[in-house]
Write a protein that binds this ligand. Structure first.
Ligand SMILES: *Cc1c(COP(=O)(O)O)cnc(C)c1O
Length: 396
């Protein structure tokens, strides 16, 4: 059997026999209807209501941070987080080349410049060692601030992305950030529930960002959150995302240019119901990842990405990694799977290849470039396995 057929056959050995199999469909098996109905019955669907406060409280408790602020989506959470991390117009912000476009866009919204960094093969995230060597080369420290010797711009922050749910190696990255005076804004949009050394991703940086888009591990339709242990940052996040209105029974006074980024109550209601199922979703996804790993153990030329010993991943989106000399089969795999109704997907096009970011500074990106050509994301919905014989009773 040829390589592409082996891949398809490994996939069909795991997946239920139905069409289509979505890449990632939301699952509503909990109290979604009850909570959303409560919003409609009481009329509290919009900017005020009990579910927003409740959702924020539960998010903070779950992830172990002091404060969570719910917002309209992950992109707006990134935007405001960069502002609160002190990023200013004309600064540079270190961002992985291999990420979803929102990470780079948020930097551009602030008038700052994304500066693209390479990934490491065993986390798919920022390579802290390579970054350290690079910064040693290009940075001059001035009063504790990093200045890019080649562009003259300040490098203010780094945004590690926990790709497909897999934690970045945070300890060495935090050391690099401390050494160069960089703020750390964690893009944990894909990694809610993933742990790095027993602590939640999103809780390591000054600020962490979550997304509850329809394809994420839990969804509010659209939504996001800002996580922080810093009381003042949390207060500012709430203020800036609610039009910077000063609290008053009837007066409308806004003391700066804020944003209308607050999460509506009806979305938070959905979020509360989803959070109640998060641990079950993670368990099922980890089991699905295990099944994929078994099925592909027999396929030479491709392996399913596995978490590092320091990580406990939520396995949000499974990734098949082709060996370098099998990368030329990627498009044939995408084609063959789609023909069978199995919705696979390639990695994102690297940020510096997009027209609006082509001119941005970057380090050597050979690992990200290689990974871009070798990744095939596999169907990963949280209800895929319950269709299978064994169901949830075999959960490990
Ligand atoms: C989904 C996602 C975002 C943006 O979240 P939205 O809620 O879609 O705005 C940001 N970064 C990464 C890595 C994501 O996957």
């Amino acid at each position: 059997m040829g390589f592409v057929d082996q891949v398809v056959s490994a996939l069909t050995s795991v997946l239920p026999d139905e069409e289509p199999i979505h890449l990632h469909a939301p699952v509503f098996e909990g109290k979604e209807w009850d909570y959303v109905r409560e919003c409609l019955d009481t009329g509290w669907v919009s900017s005020v209501g009990r579910f927003v406060d409740e959702f924020e409280r539960r998010l903070a408790e779950y992830t172990g941070v002091a404060h969570a602020v719910a917002v309209v989506n992950g992109t707006s959470a990134l935007h405001v987080s960069l502002i609160l991390a002190g990023v200013q117009r004309g600064d540079e912000v270190l961002v992985p080349a291999l990420t979803f476009v929102a990470t780079a866009n948020a930097v551009a919204y602030v008038g700052a410049m994304p500066h693209f960094v390479d990934s490491e093969e065993n986390t798919l995230g920022v390579d802290p060692e390579k970054l350290l060597d690079y910064l040693k080369e290009i940075v001059t420290l001035k009063n504790g601030e990093a200045v890019n010797r080649f562009t003259g711009r300040r490098i203010k922050a780094v945004v590690p992305v926990h790709t497909f749910g897999h934690p970045v190696d945070m300890d060495p990255l935090l050391e690099v950030a401390a050494r160069f005076g960089l703020s750390v804004v964690e893009d944990a949009a894909e990694s809610l529930g993933s742990l790095y050394k027993d602590r939640h991703t999103g809780s390591f940086g000054q600020i962490g960002v979550l997304s509850f888009n329809g394809n994420k591990i839990v969804t509010t339709g659209g939504g996001g959150a800002i996580l922080t242990n810093d009381r003042e940052i949390a207060r500012r996040a709430k203020h800036l995302t609610t039009t910077a209105k000063q609290s008053h029974p009837w007066a409308f006074f806004h003391n700066e240019t804020g944003f209308n980024y607050r999460m509506p109550n009806i979305n938070a209601a959905l979020g509360c119901a989803q959070l109640e199922q998060l641990d079950v979703f993670i368990e099922r996804k980890r089991r699905l990842a295990g099944r994929y790993a078994e099925a592909f153990a027999r396929v030479k030329g491709a392996k399913v990405f596995q978490e590092q010993p320091f990580a406990r991943s939520n396995y949000w989106l499974n990734a098949l990694i082709l060996e370098p000399n099998y990368a030329q089969s990627r498009d044939a795999i995408l084609q063959a799977t789609h023909e069978r109704g199995i919705m696979t997907r390639p990695a994102w096009t690297l940020m510096p290849k997009l027209p609006m970011y082509q001119h941005c500074p970057r380090m050597d990106l050979r690992v990200a470039e290689a990974l871009e050509a070798r990744i095939v994301n596999l169907p990963s919905s949280a209800d895929l396995l319950i269709e299978l014989p064994g169901g949830d009773s075999h959960a490990t």
